[in-house]
Structure formats: structure tokens, C-alpha cells
Design a protein around this ligand. Sequence first.
Ligand code: DGL
Length: 270
Amino acid sequence: MIESSIGVFDSGIGGLTVVHELFEQLPNERIVYFGDTARVPYGSKSVEIIRRYASEDTELLLQYNPSLIVVACNTVSAVALDVVKATAGNIPVMGMIGPACLEAVATTTNGRIGIIGTQATVTSKAYDNGINAVALGKNIRTFSQACPLLVPLAEEGWQDHRATTLIVEAYLSPLKKAEVDTLILGCTHYPVLSTVIGNYMGPDVTLINSGAVAARNIKGYTTNTTNLSAEHLFLVSDVPSKFQSVGERFLGYKLPLTKQVIFKEAWVVV
Ligand code: DGL
């Protein structure tokens, strides 16, 4: 068990789109993935609860001796990256926000960047603040939109359904009116819907897949801990059957057998 690995966690299944990118960019790295399927979604929960879950998820990954922790969940990256870093100690942590902000600022030509994500991510303004922090004198405006219905639609496999087309139009029309030329897909699930999102926004809008950008950045972070012989490990907190059946569509690869972990907590009045 003490083989080195990249530890990745998400609120559930969506982080498999980030693992897809890691498989593409770093095919020799061993991945230990945790999806908190028993407590998903995080995006509609309070900041306080998300921060507690983030700390507990990190503690689980630490048991597997990661050389790096990747916070695949945009919601956790937005509201609890500091908690993950504090829990991880000297192990480096990579979230989804920073790399995507840099990429968006480098991509935009008209200075109008759209951001879509969960309610918690959008309310946090983590992307808006991250973009402003790296804008370096560029005149940039951000336009953000929470799209909570897109998560269940992606899990349902409705990427080609006309209901999804209508919902995407309803959510994205303010961003289209705002004439953004760059749109950050600030949620693990949105790459699954990138065709319908891209079709609506049009060919002049560049979509930024936060997971793909982060995976490219991770190349520079990994230490020489590649372990070609070790197998990937996938863990979830609910029974694995749904994760196993829906997961391959998100991962784009055959999903190895997934194991369940149980967090033993006690009720305490606060
Ligand atoms: N993984 C979450 C994110 O990227 C989406 C699902 C949820 O709300 O937990 O923000």
C-alpha cells in the first residue's frame, strides 16, 4: 500500500473527467481516486459543510501516501483549497481554479470571460478573483452563471437530449449576450456536455476545460515517483454500482473495480 501515487478526490463521479485528463497527460502515474458518492452533491451545500468534507476526503487520501493531491472538485477548489492544503501538510495540492484562470486570461482577446459552475463555486467568486489576480493590467470583465441542473443531466447521459439543449440555452443566454469570447467550464461534469455548450456559444467562444488545464500543469509538479507496476485504486463512499456503471462514460476508459470506504462519524450537537 505504500506505493506513491497521485491522490485525486471529488464529491462523486464527476472527477473522473479530471482522471481522464491525467491518464492522457501522465499515463505512467498511479492514481488513487476517492469519490464521495454518499455525500454528493457538494455544490448546493454550505461552505461550512464543504470545508469539513474536504478535510475528511484529504485525510482518506493521505492514507495512500500520495506525492500530490489533486482536488478535482471545482466546488472544493473554490471554497476549501486552504483546508485541503492545511490537512495535506507538506504534500503539494493542485486545485482546478488557478490554472484555468491563467489559461482564460491568456486566451481572451476581448477581455470578456464567462464562468459556469455550481452554486457554491459561483457564489464564492473564486474564479472571478483568480482571474483578476492574474489579469496583470489586462482589462478583463467576468460574467458568471450557476448551472445546477447540468450535473444531473450529465450523469443521466442526456448530452444529446433536447431538454439539455433548452436548459443550456436558458443558463448561457446571459453569457452569450455579454459577448464572452472565453468560457470556463468550472465544474467536473461540464466536459461531458461540451458539445451542446459549444454549439450554443458558437465557434468564436473558446471553452476552457479546467480539469484538462490542471492536468497539463501537473506535469511540472510530479516528483520522480512513477510506479508502473502499481494498479490504480478507485474508492467511493456509497455502494459502487452506480459509479461503476456511469463512471466509464466520464472516464473514457475502462473503470477498474471500485471499492467502498465508510467514514465512521458520530452525531454531535454543535
Ligand atoms: N464535482 C462538483 C464540482 O466540480 C460538481 C458536483 C457537486 O455539486 O458535487 O463542482
